[in-house]
Design a protein around this ligand. Structure first.
Ligand code: PEP
Ligand code: MG
Length: 768
């Protein structure tokens, strides 16, 4: 047995130190060399290696090693799935073998002297949805590594992932001389003669993620000013068109497979829809006809795409109007592939780019994340929009700006984004780079904090508080578990619906819900029924034009109007809840007792039907979201009827103050500091207490450090938040004394002006 169990704390400290001392002069390879020797030393392992993944060749390259033949560094390459190392990355799981040669994927590397090492432990390094590499330790002793070793190497791999990604960004900024760029296929500044240091900073709203660096690309305007125009070679033939079609199809299938691998709940057919269009004779057949009649392939594609996007754009059917983006996206890909003379199977688009658009659909966010976009800039929109929520779920930095000059930015302009502070830096200079370095160091520290979260959160005076996670996509469960969330306080079940092209069946839903419960292993999970409408449309189920979608057929209104859809979801939920007393279900946007009771009656009906059909099920606790002013006014009656309440502050603020949460122009009016908001919150908590019903907050307000004293002061003890915010919120709560918080809440509730409340909030942290 290794000594790693005793020594792993020391190892992690050493790695953390290395991370914080990352030396940009020594480059990534210098850093990795230090990591392998530190890991090997602490683990008393004979060999430690780090392989990094090259997206262009889809191969792993040995980048640092201690113990094997040094001549292999930089030369040894493994395909995804090749050997135990390639398998660990392909299947994104740690592989620990007592005797490596017993593993079916074992591959002998000639000249490596590996045969002497029996024990083999490989842990994938992964960042967001993307493979980064693999760290491997080996030792001559049989069965040398134990589960603690696996766990500790996982922690290290997650720290390494952040450093490697950030190092790439910074090394590129330092002049792009790092060989990592070519090794990873990220040629970030390809022949950009205009890269001069002339920094401009545009301020907007930080909506998701943190830092990103990349070259600008504008989407949604391919046809007027195609980024590939300048690439168009002359003399293209029908054979070139055929080649472009085949390549496009291969890329789309590849992207589809990647999405399905990573986002099981999304199981999206986004790229599948593009393949169908590509194969449609009315689309590609007509292009071919035109090529045969003498039109150049380039113009034939361009004309056809323009024709279709005009056709769809003029449709009164919103689902068809949404297809404009699909057609343009497909057209862009086809033109790119037509114009690119040599190619491989890799997708040319978006890797390492910052995408600027006037609109993103939720499916765009998924697609762009799968295609490796580094960050997103949205013109218009608000930070509480669901597009922002999705970008956050996928950890893709998103900044929302209103400065339309960004639309005229030349393609491939270097940009730096800060998705938290809401900044877009154009052609970042040395100062911006330095700031970014500091932020990245702090981020690496905060990643470490995620592993240091305590299982129980307490206030300074020792009162326990529940910190639950909000879940949009099942992918986020990993983060929720890592930060020891006490449960899932809000599962926005509509996201898996939104990112598909058809309704999931009852069976598919049942399996999805059950797997969330199983993974949360007895901790509470609150499933919110579909919140469709507002800014979350189903492209495959148009509801017709609405002048004010947020005041339209949204959430419970939508499901009550479409009982078949609603009942299918309820049946799936109740089947999944069998044997899981910790499962709860809540209804969004309840405006009246009548609506809640209508939904509850449907729930009872579903249970009766399931019982008649002999299907195992359980009626879970049924709660509701308080997110309309009407619900606040009748909160006492609602609290009496429901099993529990949850405050949806994102909507509550928008509806109380008539300030669209997605509209950047009215962001100043969307104020949690409004006395009406504070008093509404207090009223909801008080009536829930009086009715002896539990109450939580699941809107973003619950994670606002400056508002936590107030929220605790009015009696909230259950918070559901973006899991990434749990470490910081736990630390903040530990600083808050409840006696002071109560007095502070009373003081704020007595103020009548927004500005007075805003001014008083920081006083909680001032010494008395
Ligand atoms: C809310 O409105 O606060 C909420 C949590 O729900 P959503 O953001 O999904 O509308
Ligand atoms: Mg809401």
């Amino acid at each position: 047995m290794s000594n790693f169990q005793q020594d792993n704390v020391a190892l992690m400290c050493d790695i953390s130190e290395l991370v914080s001392l990352f030396d940009f002069e020594a480059g990534l390879d210098g850093f990795l060399a230090k990591v392998v020797s530190t890991v090997a030393w602490h683990m008393r392992a004979a060999v430690c290696s780090i392989y990094l993944y090259e997206s262009k060749t889809r191969e792993l390259v040995l980048r640092a090693n201690q113990g094997l033949n040094p001549a292999l560094v930089g030369h040894l390459r493994l395909k995804l799935g090749e050997g135990i190392t390639g398998t660990a990355l392909k299947e994104m799981r740690a592989i620990c073998e007592a005797n490596a040669t017993d593993h079916p994927a074992y591959k002998h590397i000639p000249g490596s002297n590996e045969e002497a090492y029996l024990s083999f432990l490989a842990v994938p390094i992964q960042r967001k949805m993307n493979p980064v590499g693999v760290i491997v330790v080996q030792d001559p002793q049989w069965n040398y590594f134990n589960p603690n070793d696996v766990q500790a190497l996982r922690v290290i791999s997650s720290q390494l992932a952040a450093v490697i990604e950030n190092a790439h960004l910074l090394l590129r900024l330092h002049g792009g001389a790092d060989s990592a760029d070519s090794a990873l296929g990220h040629d970030l500044f390809p022949g950009d003669p205009g890269f001069e240091v002339g920094t401009h900073c545009i301020r907007g709203q930080g909506a998701a993620g943190r830092m990103a660096m990349g070259l600008s690309t504008r989407i949604g305007q391919y046809l007027s000013q195609n980024p590939a125009d300048h690439l168009c070679p002359l003399g293209l033939t029908e054979a070139d068109f055929d080649r472009a079609i085949q390549l496009t199809e291969r890329q789309l299938m590849d992207l589809q497979a990647r999405l399905e691998d990573k986002l099981q709940d999304a199981a999206s057919m986004i790229f599948g829809a593009h393949v169908l269009m590509l194969k449609d004779d009315a689309f590609s057949g007509e292009i071919r006809q035109n090529i045969r009649s003498g039109v150049s392939p380039w113009n034939a594609i361009l004309n056809q795409v323009r024709h279709y996007s005009n056709l769809f754009g003029q449709s009164s059917n919103p689902a068809l109007r949404e297809k404009v983006l699909d057609v343009e996206d497909l057209g862009h890909r086809l033109l790119y592939n037509l114009a690119t003379p040599s190619f491989d199977n890799a997708s040319p688009d978006y890797t390492g780019q910052i995408i600027i658009a006037e609109e993103f659909l939720p499916s765009d966010i998924l697609k762009l994340a799968a295609e490796g976009a580094a960050g997103l800039v949205l013109l218009g929109g608000g930070q509480y929009s669901h597009v922002a929520i999705l970008a956050n779920a996928l950890q893709v930095p998103l900044v929302i700006v209103s400065d339309r000059r960004l639309l005229n930015l030349p393609e491939n302009t270097p940009l730096l984004l800060d998705g938290k502070e809401g900044q877009v830096v154009i052609r970042p200079g040395p100062d911006a780079i330095k700031t970014m370095q500091e932020i990245i160091r702090a981020l690496v520290d905060s990643e470490r904090l995620a592993d240091e979260v305590l299982p129980v959160t307490r206030t300074r005076d020792n009162v326990e508080v529940q910190l639950m996670a909000n879940l949009n996509l099942v992918t986020e469960l990993d983060v929720a578990l890592r930060v020891k969330a006490n449960g899932i306080g809000l599962y926005r079940t509509e996201f898996p619906f939104i990112v598909r092209n058809t309704f999931p069946t009852e069976e598919e839903q049942y399996h999805g819900y059950r797997s969330v419960l199983q993974r949360m292993d007895g901790r509470p999970v609150v499933f919110r029924t579909l919140d469709i409408g507002g800014d979350k449309a189903l492209s495959y189920f148009p509801v017709g034009h609405e002048n004010n979608p947020f005041l339209g057929l949204r959430a419970l209104r939508f499901t009550l109007r479409n009982p078949e859809i609603f009942k299918q979801q309820l049946r799936a939920l109740f089947r999944a809840a069998a044997g899981h007393p910790e499962a709860k279900v809540m209804f969004p946007m309840v405006a009246s007792l009548d609506e809640f009771m209508g939904a509850r009656d449907l729930a009872y009906q579903c249970c009766d039907e399931l019982a008649r059909e002999g299907i195992v099920h359980r009626l879970p606790a049924l709660g509701l979201m308080v997110e309309l002013p009407a619900a606040v006014m009748i909160a006492d009656e609602l609290a009496a009827a429901a099993d529990f309440l949850s405050i949806g502050s994102n909507d509550l603020i928008q509806y109380m103050l008539a300030a669209d949460r997605t509209n950047d122009e009215v962001a100043a009016w969307y104020s949690p500091h409004h006395p009406a908001v504070l008093r509404a919150l207090q009223r909801i908590v008080t009536v829930a207490e009086q009715a002896d019903k539990s109450v939580s907050i699941c809107g973003n307000l619950g994670a606002d450090p400056s508002m936590l004293p107030f929220l605790l002061g009015i009696g909230l003890r259950v918070f559901s938040l973006d899991p990434m915010q749990i470490p910081a919120v736990q630390r903040r709560i530990a600083e808050i004394d409840l006696t002071r918080a109560r007095a502070f809440a009373t003081k704020l509730l007595g103020l009548g002006r927004i500005s007075d409340i805003a001014d008083a909030i920081p006083s909680f942290d001032r010494p008395e």
